[in-house]
Write a protein that binds this ligand. Structure first.
Ligand SMILES: [Fe+2]
Length: 235
C-alpha cells in the first residue's frame, strides 16, 4: 500500500454534505421540506495535497487549498465545509488567501466552548489539538490554504470519529451568530497566535521545512494546547 498522499481535486456539492449528515459525525440544519431540494450548489473545490512533507516517524504533513462558493445552502445555512473532529494530537493551521470566511471551532470538553471569528486574507486560524471545526463562506467566494499533520496510513474516516457537536452558524438579517446548546460559551476571539516556528506565510512553510522545523511546530502547538490555549482568550 502506498501511503504517500496523491494530489487530487474534488468538488463537494450540497448533496454530498447531506449524505455525510446521515451519520452522527456531521451535523447540519434540517431542510425545510424534508429531503427535497432543487438547488444543489457546489460548496467548495478542494485541491488536496498540493504540498507534502514526510517525517521519519510514520507521519506526513500535507497542504490543501480549498476554494469556497459564497451565499447560502438550501437548508439556510451559509456555504460551509463538512466539518470534522481533529485527532487529539493533530496539528492544523488555516490561512485565508482570498475572500472572507468564518471559522467555527469547538473545544472537545463539555460543555463546549465555541470560537467563531471572521478571517481575512493573510490571517490564520490555528487549531488547538482535538477540536471540531467548520469553515463557512457566507459572503464572497473565498480560498483557504491549510496544512495538517496526519498519521500514515490515515486513521479511519475523519467525518465519523465521534458525534458532531450540536453547533451551527446561522445568518439572520445579514448577521451571523452561533446556534448551540445551553451552557455553551461562545467567543469571537480570533485563534491567531504568533507562531515562532512559522515566521513567514503558511504557503511558504512546508516546502522548506525539514524534520526539525516540523517537530518544532508540532511541539509549539502541543505546548499551546497543554497550556489551555485558547481558554485565556474566552471573553
Ligand atoms: Fe481538520
Amino acid at each position: 500500500m502506498n501511503n504517500q498522499p496523491e494530489k487530487l481535486v474534488i468538488s463537494v456539492h450540497f448533496s454530498d454534505l447531506l449524505e455525510k449528515a446521515r451519520g452522527s459525525g456531521v451535523h447540519i440544519a434540517p431542510l425545510c421540506d424534508g429531503e427535497q431540494f432543487t438547488d444543489n450548489p457546489v460548496l467548495y473545490r478542494a485541491d488536496r495535497n498540493v504540498q507534502v512533507q514526510r517525517t521519519g516517524i510514520g507521519e506526513f504533513w500535507h497542504a490543501d487549498h480549498v476554494h469556497y462558493s459564497a451565499g447560502s445552502m438550501p437548508n439556510g445555512e451559509p456555504i460551509r465545509s463538512i466539518g470534522h473532529w481533529n485527532r487529539a494530537d493533530q496539528a492544523e493551521i488555516f490561512q485565508v488567501t482570498s475572500g472572507r470566511v468564518v471559522m467555527v471551532v469547538v473545544l472537545p470538553e463539555s460543555p463546549h466552548t465555541v470560537f467563531m471569528a471572521t478571517y481575512h486574507p493573510g490571517e490564520w486560524c490555528v487549531m488547538p489539538f482535538g477540536v471540531y471545526h467548520i469553515t463557512y463562506s457566507p459572503w464572497v467566494e473565498s480560498s483557504v490554504f491549510n496544512i495538517s499533520c496526519e498519521s500514515a496510513p490515515a486513521a479511519g474516516d475523519k467525518y465519523a470519529r465521534r458525534p458532531a457537536p450540536d453547533v451551527l452558524l446561522t445568518m439572520k438579517a445579514g448577521t451571523i451568530s452561533v446556534e448551540a446548546p445551553p451552557h455553551t460559551t461562545v467567543s469571537t476571539a480570533p485563534l491567531s497566535p504568533a507562531l515562532h516556528s512559522v515566521p513567514a506565510g503558511l504557503e511558504a512553510f512546508l516546502p522548506g521545512a525539514d524534520e526539525a522545523a516540523l517537530r518544532d511546530l508540532q511541539t509549539e502547538l502541543a505546548k499551546l494546547t497543554a497550556a489551555g490555549w485558547p481558554v485565556g482568550a474566552v471573553e
